[in-house]
Unconditional design. Structure first.
Length: 250
């Protein structure tokens, strides 16, 4: 084989290797992008499911108004009837640590509801006859290129059977508290450092896309995430309409 032939063969080999390398890099980037989008969608669905359960069970809600005044956003505080009690008495009614923090404790007992005769409303009461509830707060957590959604519950809160039990920030100190992350979102773009909404933004509106009022019977939850660090403007958006069951039928 002559020298020119060897040089031509090496040139062809170089072209083939460069094409293979470029294809490999593109495949790896595609795989990383697909994984990021799948993780974002999974976390979005997890947050939507958690919010839907708590919104349906809430008897009162306290939203934060966004900076532009057009939507409601986090933090969100919900008043939910306390349907569980400790068993035995010194132990907490809800898990205080670990991945199940804020869920009913494994040994908890059910609180039987009763009807308040004056108004006909359903109430959950403690042994002294007072209404008893928990406060569930959703807020943003973490910083930098990471943003999380934290669910925190505080309990118990009590009120007389004749009064309205509606909690809003700042909450009075409670005997017990527990919190856990329900979703975690990351975007390594430099844009996320200046505005965490580039990583994750949660908004709430009524069905007319307006601020939520006390007369609304449903809430539209919208979660925007930016899983692509190279293009944070590309959003993964999920919406869910939640009927406020407990707040509507009292």
């Amino acid at each position: 084989m002559t020298l020119p032939e060897i040089m031509i063969a090496l040139a062809i080999l170089g072209i083939v290797l460069s094409v293979c390398y470029g294809s490999s890099v593109a495949l790896q980037r595609g795989f990383a992008s697909t994984t990021s989008w799948a993780d974002a969608r999974t976390n979005q669905l997890r947050v939507l499911d958690s919010l839907a359960v708590d919104l349906r069970n809430a008897t009162a809600k306290s939203f934060t108004i966004s900076a532009d005044g057009l939507t409601n956003t986090l933090p969100l505080t919900l008043t939910i009837p306390m349907r569980y009690q400790s068993n035995p008495s010194p132990s907490p009614a809800y898990e205080t640590t670990g991945p199940l923090a804020g869920d009913p404790a494994r040994s908890a007992l059910r609180v039987e509801p009763g009807v308040y005769a004056t108004t006909g409303s359903m109430q959950y009461r403690d042994s002294s006859g007072q209404q008893v509830a928990i406060a569930v707060t959703y807020r943003y957590g973490a910083s930098g290129t990471k943003r999380t959604i934290v669910r925190q519950i505080d309990w118990p809160y009590t009120a007389a059977a004749t009064s309205t039990l509606a909690l809003s920030p700042p909450l009075p100190a409670a005997d017990n508290t527990a919190s856990r992350e329900v979703g975690s979102f990351t975007n390594y773009s430099s844009a996320s450092l200046s505005d965490p909404d580039n990583i994750l933004k949660v908004t709430f509106t009524n069905e007319d896309m307006q601020l939520i009022s006390s007369s609304d019977t449903a809430v539209v939850v919208r979660i925007e995430a930016s899983p692509d660090s190279l293009h944070p403007e590309n959003k993964s958006v999920l919406n869910d309409t939640v009927f406020l069951r407990e707040a509507t039928f009292k």
